[in-house]
Design a protein around this ligand. Structure first.
Ligand code: ACK
Length: 256
């Protein structure tokens, strides 16, 4: 991953921050998320056995790649997996138990993608939460990530027309989030999180760091700096340093 090779915060393999624990939009625990998931009528609760079945017990030749969250496998759901399921190729993300992104990011993703639907957001088909296993099941995106096309395997460069179409699609995804009834701040906009469908439609994925935006009369949200160094705007990243020095100053010189 290009961004992970940047030298800032080397202790984080994917330069990911843990999400803000005070975010009210994030369900506090599994019970909350289970209750929410019932409300998200289009999200399916899979059993671990079902996901093992569709990935042939997470066979290595089913691996699509590795992300900050863990390994992503290809699978196929249909009536043989569960009666009533529409036949569909899917991508199954398995939370790496030793990884940096943990249960809270998994919950955040289920919470946001479980509610939001838009042609430029990747569709969350379902999730699995059994013992300490956390998995997410998405619609399969035939052309993988934009990062892959710009920096890795792809041999034929994307045409400018396609690049513009992808940029426009990704921007429409962001605009939808910002204009939602309860606005959403995505906080991790980068090429590895923009997935491409067979016709190069761009869809935003990975909502583990997303945060609910201001509502009603609120003019701002307070938040720790989140995202990926190299992609986040420098003036935004700088606020972390200002905040750090401000806290240190306040500690040394308490208010009279
Ligand atoms: O660049 P890629 O081929 O596209 O490799 C990465 C890898 O998994 C780790 O993130 C691929 N990937 C992630 N989500 C999906 C999806 N919904 N459909 C297809 N590929 C995916 C991504």
């Amino acid at each position: 991953m290009l961004s992970s090779s940047l030298p800032v915060k080397p202790e984080r393999k994917h330069n990911r921050s843990i999400s803000d624990l005070s975010d009210p939009s994030t369900p506090r625990n599994l019970e909350d998320s289970r209750k929410n998931a019932v409300l998200y009528t289009h999200v399916i609760a899979f059993s671990l056995f079902e996901l093992e079945t569709i990935t042939k017990s997470f066979r290595s030749d089913y691996i699509l790649g590795e992300g900050g969250f863990g390994t992503v496998y290809k699978g196929y759901i249909d009536e043989n997996v569960r009666v009533g399921l529409k036949s569909l190729p899917v991508a199954v993300k398995v939370l790496n138990k030793e990884g940096l992104q943990g249960h809270r990011e998994w919950l955040t993703e289920v919470n946001f993608l479980g509610q939001l639907r838009h042609p430029n957001l990747v569709k969350l088909i379902g999730y699995c939460c059994e013992d300490d296993h956390r998995l997410l099941v998405y619609e399969f995106m035939f052309r993988g990530s934009l990062e892959n096309h710009l920096f890795r395997k792809a041999t034929v460069p994307l045409s400018w027309a396609t690049r513009m179409m992808i940029a426009f699609g990704a921007a429409k995804g962001l605009a939808f989030l910002h204009n939602a009834e309860r606005p959403v701040i995505y906080r991790d906009f980068k090429t590895s999180n923009i997935l491409l469908d067979s016709d190069y439609t761009a869809k935003l994925s990975d909502f583990g760091l997303a945060k609910a935006g201001p509502q009603g009369d609120e003019t701002h949200v307070s938040t720790r700096v989140m995202g990926t160094y190299g992609y986040a705007a420098p003036e935004y990243v700088m606020t972390e340093f200002f905040f750090f020095f401000w806290v240190r100053r306040c500690k040394r010189r308490p208010l009279e």
